[in-house]
Design a protein around this ligand. Structure first.
Ligand code: PDD
Length: 285
């Protein structure tokens, strides 16, 4: 039986219900996090929780529980659903009230969460993927992890209809990020990725890959890059909680470099694999 988290309670999935006037439903007025689970443990948890706090602060949304309490509940959710390799998703909306744009008085945030199994072998794509370049039509606060994802949803759908697995977004000539991932290119042995400003979500995997690159002595430059640089990159890859490090070998009709994942992308994928293996081995004791 699937168990979900509703506020502070653990319920069978069928019993999970939210109010029809919840502002998450009416306005997309809420925030979320998606956290990977390896060996039954949440990966890079602190960074996710810091980002959650920041998203809440930026939207002036009150977190209903302390981060410690929330962490305890999410761990319990993982245990109750017996998740070893998976994904925890939770969202917090501003709450339910009669519809009005202004923040209602005396409103209580509403938290819902789930934990599902997601074996790595189902998500890894060692041979790389095809993506499509899609216009970035989103608002100007893409740094906040909000429930408002229509621009992302439309972009992913457009990419899918073009036979691609992901959309890479661009504002004019500048590449921003993916519909649900960050984008890196490799140029002359160096990683280049869009700076963490209002135009992108500062992905936790992005941060982690920048960190891994440092350990592997791979230089990283956080600067904007153009669609032309993307097409002519030595390597392209995307990062996200679900995708980890995923090579991109084709963008619409254009093949990137040799059409195979590049050596730096491989190094980062290997480093990621080793790390997950260590976590899983440690979880056995
Ligand atoms: N997406 N950019 C966007 C727009 C995203 O939605 C995501 C994550 C990322 C990567 O962030 P992270 O490395 O923290 O997962 C970048 C999640 C997984 C989702 O919406 O399902």
């Amino acid at each position: 039986m699937t168990i979900i988290l509703y506020q502070d309670k653990f319920l069978p999935r069928e019993q999970g219900q939210v109010d029809m006037e919840d502002r998450g439903y009416q306005f997309g007025d809420g925030i979320y996090e998606a956290i990977r689970v390896y060996g039954g443990k949440m990966f890079l948890l602190d960074l996710h929780m810091k980002r959650l706090e920041r998203s809440a602060r930026e939207l002036r949304l009150k977190l209903p529980y302390s981060l410690e309490h929330l962490t305890d509940n999410l761990n319990q959710l993982i245990r109750q659903n017996q998740i070893n390799e998976g994904l925890v998703y939770f969202q917090i909306t501003r709450g339910a009230a009669h519809r009005q744009h202004l923040f209602p008085d005396h409103i209580e945030s509403v938290l819902t969460g789930s934990a599902v199994s997601l074996p790595r072998e189902e998500t890894l794509r060692p041979n790389g993927i095809k993506v499509s370049l899609v216009d970035d039509i989103r608002w100007l606060r893409c740094d906040i992890k909000t429930l408002n994802l229509l621009g992302n949803v439309l972009a992913r759908q457009e990419a899918h209809e073009k036979g691609s697995e992901e959309a890479i977004l661009h504002r004019g000539a500048t590449v921003t990020e993916g519909s649900s991932c960050n984008v890196f290119i490799v140029q002359n042995g160096q990683l280049v990725t869009h700076p963490a400003d209002h135009f992108i979500l500062n992905g936790i995997t992005r941060l982690h890959v920048i960190d891994l690159a440092g350990k592997l002595n791979i230089p990283v430059e956080e600067r904007t890059f153009s669609t032309d640089e993307l097409y002519h990159a030595d390597e392209v890859f995307i990062t996200s909680t679900g995708a980890e490090v995923k090579p991109v070998v084709q963008i619409d009709e254009r093949v990137i470099a040799s059409g195979k994942p590049g050596s730096i992308t491989q190094k980062l994928m290997n480093a990621f694999d080793e790390e997950v293996a260590r976590i899983k081995a440690a979880a056995l004791y």
